[in-house]
Design a binder for this molecule. Structure first.
Ligand code: ZN
Length: 102
């Protein structure tokens, strides 16, 4: 039986597409979504992971500063910049899909 995509079903802007596709990523094998939202799942998970990683890096940068280890701090700051850039790129992409697909 075909059901509607559950994304936004509890909001005033529910997804209008049919739930035809199994999500990829950590929710693989979970409740079916529309093609668009199923494809976005792994990206949303990456965004979540990057957000968590950024927080961890913040703590490690603090620790490097506390240890007065400039080399470590530099490497960690570089990693954080790369993560921020990737996060921004993914968020913009996912937002663009949400605003054009709904
Ligand atoms: Zn959907």
């Amino acid at each position: 039986m075909l059901e509607l995509c559950p994304v936004g079903s509890k909001t005033d802007r529910p997804c209008p597409r049919l739930a035809t596709t199994e999500p990829q990523g950590r929710e693989r094998g979970g409740r079916k979504l529309c093609e668009v939202h199923a494809a976005l799942k792994p990206l949303e998970e990456e965004i979540e992971d990057l957000g968590a990683a950024e927080e961890l890096l913040e703590g490690w940068i603090e620790e490097a500063r506390r240890l007065d280890n400039a080399s470590l701090e530099m490497v960690l700051r570089h990693a954080r910049e790369e993560m921020s850039a990737r996060l921004e790129f993914l968020e913009e992409g996912v937002d663009a899909v949400h605003t054009t697909q709904r």
